[in-house]
Design a protein around this ligand. Structure first.
Ligand code: THU
Length: 132
């Protein structure tokens, strides 16, 4: 699975987004170290705070299936599903990633089509809070 293929799959995952409030559709594809893929999309709620981001849906699906080691995640998002700029994971999602991934975990932020910007978790969340 190439990074460009992951970028396209993240865009595909935006199609299941339930986002009637923000109309901002987000998709994520998480690649485990064992080579499995887990998708996620954002799921909003009329009460707002129960809303979950695409990244956390992908992580929680994977963890609930017994996965604990992760390689990289691709994230795509845009108003009405039109992706023109990179979507950067929110602070809560960064903290969830830091619970399960080391600093070299890769985040591919899709810009358009199969174009993306790659960042490492240690650069998105320096000085993260952890058990250590
Ligand atoms: N959202 C995500 O799913 N992931 C991100 O990285 C940023 C934000 C969602 C939450 C909400 O449903 C919508 O995008 C607008 O904030």
């Amino acid at each position: 699975m190439t990074d460009k293929e992951l970028a396209l799959l993240a865009t595909e995952a935006t199609k299941n987004s339930y986002s009637p409030y923000s109309e901002f559709k987000v998709g994520a594809v998480l690649l485990t170290k064992s080579g499995k893929l887990y998708t996620g999309c954002n799921i909003e709620n009329a009460a707002f705070s129960p809303t979950v981001c695409a990244e956390r849906v992908a992580f929680f699906k994977a963890i609930s299936e017994g996965e604990t080691e992760f390689f990289k995640i691709a994230v795509a998002g845009g108003k009405s599903g039109i992706i023109t700029t990179a979507t950067s994971p929110c602070g809560v999602c960064r903290q969830v990633m830091s619970e399960f991934c080391d600093g070299d975990f890769e985040i591919l932020m899709v810009k358009e089509g199969n174009e993306f910007e790659k960042v490492l978790l240690k650069n998105l969340l320096p000085h993260s809070f952890s058990l250590e």
